[in-house]
Design a protein around this ligand. Structure first.
Ligand code: KG4
Ligand code: ZN
Length: 338
């Protein structure tokens, strides 16, 4: 079964063709980063405009690279939530029109479940159940996955997403955009113990698996004054490495607590921040857990994960109505503490 996936939730216009939820026949990602870089952040209006301009060509490229024509497809899957509404609308409307005109079944899927699915497109895909660590520019959650569509959120950020903290720190220090990859690279020459930043204290009750990034972000940004007062006495690499270490400590504290309390020792990571080399090294070094990461090409936003996930819905007969609308928020996720 060949599924065309469409992804336009943020600033990547993406289309892919995946066979049987497993084999990637094509995976085209057109990044808009250069158009947002001068603003040091994603500008929603520019994003939706670029999606509109590019979606046709990106989809055609995905079909051409896969060597398939529309009649060779068995279904269409699209991200309908969560994300920037104007951006989502472009993909959803395009996918609906494509499915309708080609007489193909159509299914709308959740972007976060897509990120969690990304590592299933590899040989090392683990069996369910496992713990998921989904960390991107818009979302940060620790969850339990019992199936591709049965995901229970255990903990989540109560304010900024992990990637958002990387991006905002980078922006304030003028390091570049998007901040995650820049800080990751800069940190490799830095001393992570040069600065000590605070860890949020949310240990109690229902928040014990939750985490927070706004305090860390503020503390790091406040150090900027020191940089201004005494230029040259502090190393940007040191501040990047110290920030990155604390950002990862915050995630891992919740994650390892969930490992202990659920007894699940397989961790599947996903989302743009899952590309972080320090996070990968820390998880690889942890005894007693098996951490599975998607390849770097599937960490960030892509449509292969959407086509792969969509296959499972379509294969069991699920169809979305052509009246489906996009939503900026996730609908219907359960939150439960183990
Ligand atoms: O999943 P994604 O492409 O888009 C969203 O759904 O948000 O994630 C983008 C986020 C950005 O915040 C970016 O700074 C972050 O992922 N990111 C990283 C790294 N590469 C990308 N964060 C930390 N380390 C990286 N190497
Ligand atoms: Zn994403």
């Amino acid at each position: 079964m060949r599924v065309l996936g469409i992804e336009t939730s943020c600033d990547e216009t993406a289309a892919a063709v995946v066979e049987d939820g497993k084999t990637i026949l094509s995976n085209v990602v057109a990044t808009q980063i250069p158009f947002h870089a001068e603003f040091q952040g994603v500008v929603p209006e520019i994003a939706s405009r670029k999606h509109t301009e590019w979606i046709y060509a990106v989809t055609k490229e995905a079909l051409d690279r896969a060597g398939v024509k529309p009649p060779d497809l068995d279904g269409v899957a699209v991200t309908s939530e969560p994300g920037m509404l104007g951006s989502l609308l472009v993909g959803v409307n395009f996918a609906k029109a494509f499915a309708y005109t080609q007489g193909l079944p159509f299914v709308a899927v959740n972007h976060i479940l897509g990120h969690l699915y990304a590592s299933r497109l590899t040989e090392s895909a683990p069996d369910y159940p496992f713990l998921g660590l989904l960390v991107s520019g818009g979302h940060s959650i620790v969850c339990r996955a019992d199936n591709f569509d049965a995901v229970t959120v255990i903990g989540a950020t109560i304010d900024d997403a992990a990637g958002e903290a990387f991006d905002k720190v980078s922006k304030r220090y003028g390091l570049g955009y998007p901040g995650g990859a820049v800080i990751d690279k800069l940190s490799q020459n830095g001393d992570a113990s040069a600065f000590r930043f605070p860890m949020p204290n949310l240990y109690k009750g229902e928040h014990q698996y939750d985490f927070s990034y706004s305090g860390l972000k503020t503390a790091v940004i406040n150090q900027l004054e020191q940089f201004r007062v005494k230029p040259g006495t502090r190393s940007p690499a040191d501040i990047a490495a110290s920030f990155q270490k604390t950002a990862v400590d915050i995630l891992l504290r919740s994650l390892f607590r969930a490992v202990e309390d659920t007894g699940l020792t397989t961790i599947v990571a996903g989302g743009g921040v899952a590309a972080n080399s320090y996070l990968r090294a820390r998880l690889a070094a942890r005894p007693g857990v098996r951490a599975v990461f998607p390849p770097l090409s599937l960490c960030g936003d892509n449509a292969a994960m959407i086509a792969g996930l969509g296959y499972h819905y379509l294969a069991r007969g699920d169809r979305s109505s052509l009246a489906t609308v996009a939503s900026s928020q996730t609908r219907g996720f359960k939150k439960k503490y183990p």
